[in-house]
Design a protein around this ligand. Structure first.
Ligand code: SF4
Ligand code: SF4
Length: 610
């Protein structure tokens, strides 16, 4: 009788589970695009770290993350127990009297206590403490699921006190079994679907942060225009979101009070898919204004514990808008400059030539020079940044490194690519690749983290591979001999602003700090630093967008305040665009904070050659 009742309940609840899962699987399968499975080694190691060891969950929120990890590890440990009890309950096979099962049950006891502790902590946090990233409403579903999990652990622990054949023992067994079945039926329509999907999304997430495959114009690809254009990984991501809010609280646009919230983007995607809005324009689903607020800093993707990729959705939607001529006016002006003059300011290349002459630079010759120095738009045209490049040249000359530059450079294409103008990006990239192939450098040196990412990384998608090194990394290695530093009693207190494309994208966080301390500085670290910095506001081609008339505060003002709060009188930067944005914010605040590029800082303290 008991077996028959259990079979009926199992079929009802498994049926409910399967029907809801099938709907989501159907939506994911109907989405275009294939799921990449390259770089299996990198994917497997991330799976081990982020799923098995729960690295990302614990790193961002240590205590809450550890409590979550206890629940996760407990779930995994209980898998065999649940299966064995179900096989027994269904009358298939009874292994519950075996010796190994008794030992297994005893071994599960600490896991049960861990899960109970973890889930009660998370319940109190979600229902009473309510951190901002979790939203303003207490989710009833989360409370019910937490109570279910607690019930499962309590009923398990009671099996050690109750005789299974007694009435109390039987009631306890049924409560445990029914809670599992109801839990299973609730999972697909809730954020707890991440229990099933997150190991898959973490494995499928691109090993490259902010991965944006090139559009193939021969296949008439134009980017994402409507809901049905969203790729299969994006559809999978939409059903995996656990609504933890890590992406939200780390987003500089959201932090500055703008409308963009990366968590909302994922939940809006989920709703649009479930509601079958296949032909709805993505500019309406998310709002065009929101799509233009992303700086592509990568914080959302980098912090997400379940492998969700926001940038393919955000930049993909921008591509769709640009292909329909729906870019904001300031971008129209920038595209015009890029088209006519191949640089974002639209300045004449005679200015670059004058700089090359005044700095006595040679044109690169692989037989004569160790490295090619890539000037970039800022190095070619921004007088302030040229001072920093002159410092770099002085360091290279002092250390007898031979170098040259290209006679002509175009913008690397990053502002076009990340604002969705893929056609313009490919034009610029292909022109540069042709010139670089002709010059044949083995190593390119640049002070711009966006050039490191675009030339060193994104150009690989065209089959062009070259080593591109940021000057902080190169000069750090070059000046390791202690005699490089001038002896000085002065130990200035400085703060270092990690550029997103250097700290987060390239993982270069130690070298700039090693240089600052080697050359006498004492670093006061700001809030948000190293591989999780707060953006300056210029990323994603938004150099011309972070204006006072935009909604919310300027991202650069928020960042400048964080840097000011360190108490340091000097901010050291290592990106021309961070430098422009932060200097602007400093001027608006009428602050007397000094801004120094890393190369200028080092050159000022380098021991002159004897
Ligand atoms: S990339 Fe940065 S700015 Fe864009 S949504 Fe993510 S966190 Fe926000
Ligand atoms: S997208 Fe990722 S980080 Fe953001 S709320 Fe969802 S699970 Fe959390």
């Amino acid at each position: 009788m008991q077996t028959v009742a259990f079979w009926i309940l199992l079929l009802v609840f498994v049926g409910a589970f399967a029907a809801q899962v099938a709907r989501r699987v159907q939506l994911i399968a109907a989405a275009p695009g294939t799921i990449a499975l390259d770089q299996l080694g990198a994917r497997s190691s991330r799976f081990l770290l982020d799923v098995v060891l729960q690295r990302r969950t614990i790193r961002e929120r240590p205590l809450a993350g550890l409590m979550h990890a206890l629940v996760f590890w407990g779930f995994v440990a209980f898998g065999g127990y649940t299966l064995t009890e179900f096989l027994h309950g269904l009358g298939i096979v009874d292994l519950t009297e075996t010796g190994w099962f008794h030992a297994y049950r005893i071994a599960l006891t600490p896991f049960a206590i861990g899960v109970l502790t973890g889930i009660l902590y998370l319940l109190v946090r979600r229902a009473i403490v309510r951190p901002v990233g979790l939203g303003t409403k207490v989710s009833l579903e989360s409370v019910v699921i937490a109570l279910f999990i607690a019930t499962l652990m309590i009923t398990f622990l009671l099996t050690f006190r109750l005789d299974e054949a007694s009435m109390a023992g039987r009631v306890n067994w049924w409560v445990h079994a029914i809670v599992i079945l109801v839990f299973m039926a609730l999972i697909p329509a809730s954020k707890h679907l991440h229990l099933v999907l997150s190991p898959i999304t973490v494995f499928l997430k691109s090993p490259e942060l902010g991965n944006l495959p090139n559009l193939d114009f021969e296949k008439e690809q134009v980017g994402l225009e409507t809901v049905k254009d969203l790729g299969s990984k994006s559809a999978l991501d939409a059903f995996t979101c656990v609504e933890c809010g890590r992406c939200q609280v780390n987003c500089p646009a959201w932090g500055a009070g703008k409308e963009l919230n990366p968590k909302t983007i994922i939940l809006q995607t989920q709703a649009a898919l479930l509601e079958g809005q296949r032909d709805r324009k993505l500019g309406e689903v998310y709002s065009e204004q929101v799509l233009w607020q992303c700086t592509t800093c990568g914080a959302c993707e980098n912090q997400c514990p379940v492998g969700i990729e926001h940038l393919p959705i955000l930049i993909g939607s921008r591509r769709g808008l640009v292909s329909n001529g729906d870019a904001p006016d300031y971008l129209g002006a920038m595209y015009n400059n890029l088209e006519r003059r191949s640089n974002i300011w639209g300045l004449g290349y005679d200015q670059r030539t004058k700089f090359i002459q005044s700095a006595a630079l040679e044109i690169f010759d692989p037989a004569k020079h160790d490295v090619l120095v890539w000037l970039g738009c800022a190095g070619s045209f921004d007088a302030d940044f040229q001072k920093s490049l002159r410092s770099l040249f002085a360091i290279l000359r002092a250390k007898e490194v031979t170098f040259g530059v290209l006679s002509k450079e175009r913008c690397n294409g990053d502002p076009a690519k990340r604002t969705g103008n893929e056609y313009m990006y490919q034009e610029l990239a292909n022109g540069n690749i042709e010139d670089l192939k002709a010059a044949a450098p083995k190593k390119i040196l640049t002070s711009c983290p966006h050039c490191v990412k675009t030339i060193g990384n994104d150009y690989r998608k065209f089959g062009y591979e070259v080593e591109v090194v940021h000057t902080s990394v190169f000069v750090e290695e070059l000046t390791r001999d202690a005699r490089s530093a001038k002896a000085s009693a002065e130990r200035p207190n400085v703060t270092f602003h990690d550029p997103c494309y250097l700290g987060r994208y390239a993982g270069t966080v130690d070298e700039p700090r090693a240089l600052i301390t080697r050359f006498g500085g004492v670093i006061s670290e700001p809030e948000r630093n190293r591989d999780n910095p707060y953006c300056c506001g210029a990323g994603g081609g938004l150099l011309f967008a972070d204006k006072e008339e935009e909604p919310g505060a300027r991202i650069s003002d928020v960042r400048f305040k964080q840097l000011q709060e360190t108490g340091a009188a000097t901010v050291v930067t290592a990106c021309p665009f961070c430098s422009i944005m932060l200097k602007g914010a400093g001027a608006s605040a009428q602050s007397d904070t000094q801004f120094v590029d890393l190369m200028t800082y080092v050159n000022g303290k380098l021991q002159p050659r004897a």
